[in-house]
Write a protein that binds this ligand. Structure first.
Ligand code: ATP
Ligand code: MG
Length: 763
């Protein structure tokens, strides 16, 4: 048995065996694109004798990179650790540390994350007395420019675009501030390597021949800057293998450009194209549903996947009154799947925007469903953790003004705003960093002796840490900061529940750093003697800074809650898509007031996002919507009625186990048989055991129109009722009086049914 080639189909094998030269694998979701990348790397190393450190593999999230490495280790053994497998940003950081000298940086430069960037822009806006722009607006312009691979000199803001000019000016200041601090931001992790490769011949010479093979997963979402980077790194050899799916392009707003896929052929003449058409992930129902949604995209290349997996459970529709009820229904659907034998970690609840997670979380907690919100940064976004990280960065790079401003008075050492303002003035006048200007201020006549002493104490602290941390293990460095700064002691003294929790968070940071050290100890030594080894604490901080949205830990035994964007590339046995409503999915904001062409493009992107979400599911896909949703406008929260998502309307009803729209009513009797391959626990399956007169009625089509609730009576239209067998639902109508009345109820888990009133209780 050949572990590299045997588990592949013919098309996949052709891609893995492809010799030198450019290769494009263009294929739909779940067709084994990522598998091709992994097996191709294994083949290059094991059979073609390429050294693993001559192979570069880029993916979209740290989590994906981690999984890829794991699978490679399974195929190749520990040798696989030496391949360069990472995200673009992590690659950029590694590149820059290596080329620190050429880049004019110290090898342990700090990386400013989104929150840091925002803080910096805020300060610059205040300094420049600009109030026509919000910090977010400025930052998103800067990001967009950087993603397009531009630098300030290359951007022209027209005379008629004063806010563009202001943003451009702020960008210049922003870059100067980064330069003074010796820091880089996220965009720089791509831009600076790119500029070095383009402008510095020595750097180019070092890198263009370095990777014998470059492989890129999720190629449809690479930005122009990332694409240029790939082209440089591939050098003249052209051994580039990219895999992607144009139907899954969901990062247009971040500057990704599907044109990369379409133009690949032009940039790399003689490209071999491989198409994969068999889906190994999802049941037929799920694939059909996903296809029904994506085929309506205005612009796409037609492709259709097939699966050998016949049957499968029908799709499930969960209809709720509002987002709280939606949370409850979803919690119940999750429990049902779990009872049916699906492990918690094989269940995912996906949503369009983070704000949706609140109601879901509350409901899951109430139902005692173990869950985790997959959003890596939340721990590291906590104020006290950021304080400690700022001290660590400052210790490595005392010129990092942003960090100094954050911690100069944390914990309080009585350095007031006036003192800080004076420090900033002096530094600006002398063109120095704040740290460098501290010494001068310690004799400043304007300051009281107490302030001067406090500044001197702070300077000693930072200087002392600076002298030490580079040589320490990450855990020791964190310990040194916690001890030296008194951060923990202060919190302990406060003695409130909250401060105790925050102290615990700092200890958690310490634990994370120690774990990092242990993992480093286990890793084989770098095979590449040229590789500089930055201080452990610098690498630990880098790992934190690079935690992306999709990279939170997903411990076993927990249901994963995440945005659709974060779910890319992942798979689960059961998936629930929440908020299938107009305005939520498709999300409204992106095309609120744009031109029609732009609106159509944005709508297509929402469609692809829905497609990505649906194709994460292996066996069971549930779609959930609420008739009303809280929205947060200027006048505070309000409830608004919603319309079902147009994407629901694109789905054939048969996929829900119902007769086609417009078909004659189904015969009486137990209506839905256990579909072949259905998961036990699926509510449709439970119908099998329902007594005929309850399960029987004819009217089972899903009503997309969602009439408004009308008032009065326990079984009036819109009333919420409970049925022993079918659970909760909303009354649609009734005929006849009393207990013998036949009431039509839209049950949240099984769709619409007619049942006797005496079997119903108000819910
Ligand atoms: P996505 O577009 O969502 O990123 P993908 O094309 O990268 O999907 P993979 O994640 O590589 O697809 O594969 C989907 C699933 O199918 C995985 O569970 C994988 O192990 C399995 N798979 C892929 N190829 C085969 C094969 N030839 N035989 C059996 N299973 C396979
Ligand atoms: Mg993949």
């Amino acid at each position: 048995m050949d572990p590299i080639l045997d588990p592949l189909n013919d098309a996949q094998r052709a891609a893995v065996l492809h010799g030198d030269g450019p290769l494009l694998v263009l294929a739909g979701a779940g067709s084994g694109k990522t598998r091709v990348i992994v097996h191709r790397v294994a083949h290059l190393v094991r059979v073609r004798g390429i050294a693993p450190w001559h192979v570069l593999c880029v993916t979209f999230t740290n989590k994906a990179a981690g999984e890829m490495k794991e699978r490679l280790v399974e195929l190749l053994g520990p040798e696989a650790e030496q391949a360069w497998v990472s995200t673009f940003h992590a690659f950029g950081a590694r590149f820059l540390r290596r080329e620190a000298q050429a880049a004019g940086l110290s090898p342990s430069f700090p990386i400013y994350d989104d929150g840091d960037q925002l803080g910096l822009v805020k300060r610059l806006l205040a300094e420049a007395h600009v109030d026509a722009l919000t910090p977010r607006e400025v930052l998103s312009r800067i990001d967009r420019w950087k993603n397009a691979g531009l630098s300030p000199g290359e951007v022209r803001a027209g005379d008629r675009d004063p806010s563009g000019q202001a943003a451009l000016e702020l960008w210049r200041r922003y870059e100067r501030a980064l330069g003074r601090a010796g820091a880089v931001d996220f965009g720089d992790l791509l831009m600076r390597p790119l500029k070095l490769l383009e402008l510095d011949e020595a750097v180019r010479a070092r890198w263009s021949g370095r990777f014998r093979h470059v492989l890129v997963d999720e190629f449809q979402d690479t930005s122009p800057a990332q694409y240029r980077l790939v082209r440089h790194l591939a050098g003249g050899r052209g051994n580039v293998c990219v895999v992607g799916d144009d139907d899954q392009a969901i990062y247009r707003w971040r500057g990704a450009d599907v044109a990369n896929i379409l133009d690949f052929d032009r940039d790399f003449p003689g490209t071999t194209v491989v198409k994969l058409e068999q889906n190994y992930r999802s049941s037929r129902q799920i694939l059909d549903a996903a296809h029904a949604v994506i085929e309506k995209a205005a612009r796409r290349r037609e492709k259709r996947l097939w699966t050998a997996r016949e049957g499968g459970a029908p799709l499930q529709l969960l209809v709720s009154e509002d987002e709280h009820q939606e949370g409850e229904r979803i919690a119940r659907a999750v429990q049902a799947a779990h009872r049916g034998g699906v492990a918690w970690e094989e269940i995912a609840v996906l949503y369009r925007v983070n704000a949706q997670s609140r109601a879901l979380e509350a409901a899951l907690r109430a139902a005692r469903v173990p869950y985790v919100i997959v959003r890596g940064q939340s721990f590291y976004e906590r104020a006290e953790v950021k304080d400690a990280a700022a001290y660590l960065r400052l210790a490595l790079e005392p010129r990092s003004d942003l960090d100094l401003l954050r911690v100069v008075n944390r914990p309080s050492r009585k350095i007031g705003e006036r003192t800080v303002a004076l420090l900033q003035e002096r530094a600006a006048a002398a063109g120095l960093s704040l740290f460098e200007s501290l010494a001068g201020l310690e004799s400043a006549a304007e300051l009281k002796p107490q302030a001067r002493k406090a500044l001197a104490g702070f300077r000693d602290l930072v200087a002392g840490l600076h002298a030490r941390v580079g040589a320490l293990a990450a855990g020791e460095a964190v310990r040194a900061v916690l001890d030296g700064t008194g951060l923990i002691d202060k919190l302990r003294l406060e003695g409130t529940d909250e401060s105790v929790e925050r102290a615990e968070n700092l200890l958690e940071l310490l634990a994370a750093a120690r774990e990092f050290d242990e993992a480093q100890g286990r890793a084989p030594p770098a095979a590449d003697p040229e590789e500089p080894v930055p201080p452990p604490i610098s690498r630990f901080l880098e790992q934190i800074a690079l935690l992306g949205e999709a990279d939170g830990p997903t411990p076993e035994g927990r249901v994963a809650l995440m945005t659709l964007h974060a779910a890319k590339g992942l798979e689960f046995d059961a998936v629930i898509l929440a908020g299938m409503e107009e305005g939520t999915l498709p999300h409204q904001r992106p095309w609120h007031d744009d031109a029609p062409a732009e609106r159509a493009a944005a709508l297509d992107e929402e469609r692809r996002l829905c497609y990505v979400g649906m194709t994460r599911a292996r066996h069971q896909l549930s779609l959930s919507l609420a008739r009303r949703r809280m929205s947060y406008g200027e006048g505070g929260p309000t409830f608004r009625s919603t319309e079902p998502s147009r994407f629901l309307g694109d789905l054939p009803q048969e996929l829900f186990g119902l007769p086609p729209r417009g078909a004659p009513p189904a015969p009486r009797g137990p209506v839905i048989r256990r579909p072949p391959g259905a998961l036990p626990g699926d509510p449709h399956v439970e119908l099998d055991d329902a007594p005929p007169e309850e399960a029987g009625p004819a009217e089972r089509s899903i009503d997309w129109s969602f009439d408004q609730t009308e008032g009065g009576g326990a079984f009036a239209r819109g009333a919420r009722v409970r049925h022993a067998q079918f659970g909760e639902g909303l009354v649609r109508g009734s005929d006849g009086p009393g207990g013998d009345a036949k009431v039509t109820v839209a049950f949240f888990s099984v769709g619409e049914k007619r049942v006797l009133a005496r079997f119903l209780r108000p819910a």
